[in-house]
Design a protein around this ligand. Structure first.
Ligand SMILES: [Zn+2]
Length: 490
């Protein structure tokens, strides 16, 4: 046995100016599936999430709510944590940018960049979108408004510290060239490469007018730009620079993000790391956006989907399954409750639930001592699933698993085990029970509770990928409740 592999996966730290919606939930579910898969592989996994709690927008939202910024963010953080618990998200650490340790780390990081000669004082003059906490140039504005959210922008003219981002243009382009999977999925890479080729402006990294922020080290007039503060979370959570976790887990294997923050993660963050002399993450993977019933999700339209509301009508596993199935990873996806209900009644109840209840009902009566070759073994390609996971292609992995479910159902239909007796029944059930045991392990990252229910009815356990080899079935059948119930299609 060689050294155990490690796997460090992060989600963005979510901006807590409002409660979580299905976009946040999707990111968390994808990260959770990856983390659980790598744990099944026997790797040491560190799954990080958290909340981004500083900035002008939060300062303003707190005032509007009649609270101090700290009171305001504490309430919303509780809501995020409750939602992740209800969706069975297995993160290892939850970082908050208001944590004392994080604040000190940000200051230490900036001091290091100063020592490297990459920070200088100048004057920032330009536009600022409070809603996105983003500096904008005149050229970026669309009809004088923010190109991202369409809201009016503020004119900002103030003294500011700058990071020499422009210095890293060549090094970034070289890195993209030599590390093809760094910008993932590949179809999003060219856009970033083209923009970097056009040239990079130095980045304003401090404000004097925003005080709900990390104090800038060595200058009490200045506060750290919220994005710099936020990005440092990926190393402060590991206890950089001295922490044992930092030595064990850095660099990140996957920074999972939404495409709207690709620039910060694929350009600014690697440049900051280069300046600090730290290794770069293996992959920045940006996923797409959700529409709801074909329309953009927005507060003003009133179509924002709250996962807690969905959880009052559907189980965590049903929501997890639907969100993954409905968004080909990297592309955009559409949410509709009708489609969710249809998938529950179709794929979950008719395909999977039915398969399990048919097998368990007959298994009670069968002797499974047949010891021949398992005919279902060739119907599932576990290596293909594992390879798909390497590329974060969880849709391809799930598709392979689902095709196995359909093949098992066909096998039940064609052999009709309820009509069989003796050795014939023994052979068919020998194949099916072991197939179901392997399936329970493969399904676990996607639908952990359902997978555990299947294993419990088989009297087996969810262990590791090594146990996905077909062998004689040695569980003990315990009939249980049905996995899914018919839901009303709205
Ligand atoms: Zn904006």
């Amino acid at each position: 046995m060689g050294e155990r592999k490690k796997f460090y996966i992060t989600t963005p730290i979510f901006y807590v100016n409002d409660k979580p919606h299905i976009g946040h939930a999707y990111t968390m579910i994808v990260a959770d599936i990856l983390a659980r898969w790598h744990r099944l592989r026997g790797e040491d996994v560190f799954f990080l999430t958290g909340t981004d709690e500083h900035g002008e927008k939060i300062q303003k939202s707190a005032i509007a709510a009649g609270k101090t910024p700290q009171e305001f963010v504490d309430g919303i953080v509780d809501r995020f944590k409750a939602t992740w618990k209800a969706l069975n998200i297995s993160y290892d650490f939850f970082i908050r940018t208001t944590d004392e340790n994080h604040i000190e780390t940000v200051q230490k990081f900036i001091s290091l960049l100063q020592q490297k000669g990459d920070i200088y004082k100048g004057e920032y003059e330009g536009w600022y979108c409070v809603s996105d906490e983003t500096f904008l140039t005149e050229l970026e504005l669309v009809d004088g408004k923010c190109p991202y959210c369409g809201k009016p922008v503020e004119r900002v003219k103030e003294e500011s510290y700058f990071f020499r981002l422009s210095k890293y243009r060549e090094a970034l382009l070289d890195h993209y060239k030599e590390n093809r999977e760094f910008l993932s999925p590949s179809f999003r890479a060219q856009e970033i490469i083209n923009r970097v080729k056009e040239g990079l402006n130095d980045l304003s990294i401090s404000r004097t007018s925003v005080t709900w922020a990390v104090p800038f080290p060595g200058d009490n007039k200045h506060f750290v730009y919220v994005w710099l503060d936020a990005l440092v979370n990926y190393i402060s959570a590991l206890g950089w620079p001295e922490g044992e976790k930092f030595r064990e887990f850095w660099p990140a294997d996957v920074h999972l993000i939404g495409k709207e923050i690709n620039w910060f993660h694929s350009v600014i963050w690697p440049a900051l790391l280069m300046s600090a002399g730290l290794p770069l993450p293996r992959m920045v993977f940006s996923h797409g956006w959700w529409t709801v019933d074909g329309k953009k999700m927005s507060k003003s339209v009133g179509n924002v989907v709250d996962p807690m509301d969905l959880l009052s009508r559907y189980t965590d596993d049903e929501i997890r399954y639907f969100l993954i199935r409905s968004m080909p990873i990297g592309q955009d996806g559409d949410f509709s409750e009708k489609a969710l209900a249809e998938r529950v009644n179709g794929e979950l109840l008719a395909d999977l639930g039915n398969l399990v209840s048919r097998i368990i009902a007959i298994a009670d009566k069968a002797d499974v001592s047949f010891l021949g070759e398992n005919i279902l073994e060739k119907e599932i390609n576990i290596e293909k699933i594992d390879k798909a996971f390497e590329k974060v292609d969880i849709n391809a992995a799930l598709e392979e698993i689902w095709s196995f479910i359909r093949k098992m159902n066909k096998y039940v239909d064609s052999t009709q085990p309820w009509r069989l007796k003796g050795e014939e029944l023994s052979e068919v059930m020998y194949n099916l029970l072991e197939g179901l045991r392997v399936l329970s392990i493969l399904l676990y990252p996607f639908m952990p509770r359902t997978a555990e229910k299947i294993a419990s009815q088989l009297g087996t356990e969810i262990t590791s990928l090594d146990d996905c080899k077909f062998k004689p079935f040695n569980g003990k059948i315990r009939r249980g409740e049905h996995l899914f119930s018919l839901v009303k299609v709205p």
